[in-house]
Write a protein that binds this ligand. Structure first.
Ligand SMILES: [Zn+2]
Length: 414
């Protein structure tokens, strides 16, 4: 077997095994009874339900990952990617179009392959635990809309990057970085006004006590909130959420209708104070810079690695005389996994720290106990894992566990 291909496959399999071990550790770390701090929101029956949900969804995700890993190894090993490239090459469409068609075929194939899993997860697992509100018709419409959106947005970005790659040579990584950063700013700015409306309806929160107290909170925290919207999350799932989006004048608070239904006004205010804490402590920009640093590292290494023709040969294009952009990119996406995992552990660590700071911010304004009550309700409503394994948390969690957050808020208030 080709040596580079062997390295790619070994890295891929090791990454899979690591994820598998963490999943198994996490499953085995479940506790028989409700943790003391949460007995008020979890009845023994509801807790049993949570344990079932946790086990079933983890096992299902292990099954899905395993099947996809087997397929991907087969595809790499058989050299089908190289063969696909050779077929597209015969159309003589030029570099950019060849890359776009290559990835269009791969992403369409992967969307179709994951469709049965997504159907099972929505209509069997989520349904069984009472979360699912998606109708088959809505599911189908969502599926087609996401494919069209991915092709459109992904096509523009990938087309631009490919063009830059062939036009600039060694400065590729720097120009590509600028494009990606601009693109992510733009995506953030347009998210609420262009992308969300494709899938959901957002209505301004009607006048009333909730709107008044949200505006009051904004004034008190010196963070004016002029746009507050309610989104119809309930049309897909009973799970609840709230978030801020956009920058400056376009900033808006979005509350799920499911959240308003489940939480008291004070609890909603506490959740918003936490979100405002993220803005006031500049976490949004820190995250943006972290993302930029991560992209810079990735693009720089890719710029170097992609000069090698061996990656294209390893993926099955045996007649390659010069590196093929999209084959290099695919091979690189696997070779980069260990570095990506390390970066992920670091950014999760930073993120957990920022979550504590945002909780702390809400607690400073006297909303700590409401925040605890709200988080508990969210956790019980969403059947979140109450006792994840510490190793799993270390690698995968962007937020501290509920128990850790409650402890930290209570300590802050002492
Ligand atoms: Zn947060």
């Amino acid at each position: 077997m080709n040596r580079v291909l062997a390295i790619i496959l070994i890295i891929y399999i090791l990454g899979y095994l690591l994820e598998l071990i963490l999943d198994i550790l996490n499953l085995s770390h479940r506790k028989k009874s409700v943790p003391a701090a949460l007995t008020d929101v979890y009845s023994p029956d509801r807790y049993k339900l949570q344990q079932g949900y946790e086990a079933e969804s983890t096992r299902f995700s292990i099954l899905q990952t395993t099947i996809s890993v087997v397929f991907i190894i087969l595809i790499f090993y058989m050299g089908w990617l190289g063969a696909l490239h050779e077929h597209i090459l015969m159309l003589e469409l030029g570099n950019v179009l060849t890359t776009l068609i290559f990835f269009a075929i791969i992403s369409l194939a992967s969307s179709i392959a994951s469709l049965p899993f997504s159907i099972w997860s929505t209509f069997v697992i989520e349904e069984k635990y009472g979360f699912n509100k998606t109708t088959p018709r809505l599911f189908a419409v969502d599926f087609f809309k996401s494919i069209v959106l991915t092709f459109f947005v992904g096509g523009i970005l990938l087309g631009a990057l490919t063009w830059v790659y062939f036009a600039t040579g060694r400065w590729f990584w720097l120009i590509a970085l600028a494009i990606i950063l601009l693109f992510s700013l733009l995506a953030n700015a347009l998210y609420s006004t262009v992308i969300v409306p494709l899938f959901n309806k957002q209505k301004p929160l009607p006048d009333g006590p909730l709107l008044n107290s949200i505006k009051g909170l904004g004034d008190k925290l010196k963070f004016p909130v002029s746009k507050v919207f309610v989104i119809d999350g309930s049309k897909r799932s009973t799970k609840a959420n709230a978030y801020f989006s956009g920058f400056g004048k376009n900033r808006r608070v979005v509350l799920y209708d499911t959240l308003i239904e489940k939480m008291s006004n004070d609890e909603i205010l506490a959740v918003l104070a936490h979100e405002i804490g993220h803005y006031r402590k500049r976490h949004i920009w820190i995250n943006y810079l972290l993302g930029a640093a991560q992209s810079a590292i990735m693009l720089f290494i890719f710029g170097v690695v992609s000069q090698s023709v061996e990656l294209s040969v390893a993926l099955g294009f045996e007649g390659a005389t010069e590196p093929v952009f999209h084959l290099s990119l695919l091979a690189f996406s696997v070779l980069f996994l260990p570095i990506g995992d390390l970066i992920g552990i670091f950014t999760n660590m930073m993120s957990r720290k920022m979550e504590y700071q945002a909780d702390n911010f809400a607690a400073k304004y006297g909303l700590g106990q409401y925040l605890i009550a709200g988080l508990k309700k969210l956790s019980a409503q969403n059947l979140s894992n109450l006792t994840p394994h510490p190793a799993y948390v270390f690698v995968n969690y962007s937020h501290p566990t509920l128990n850790q957050r409650i402890k930290a808020i209570n300590n802050e208030e002492k």
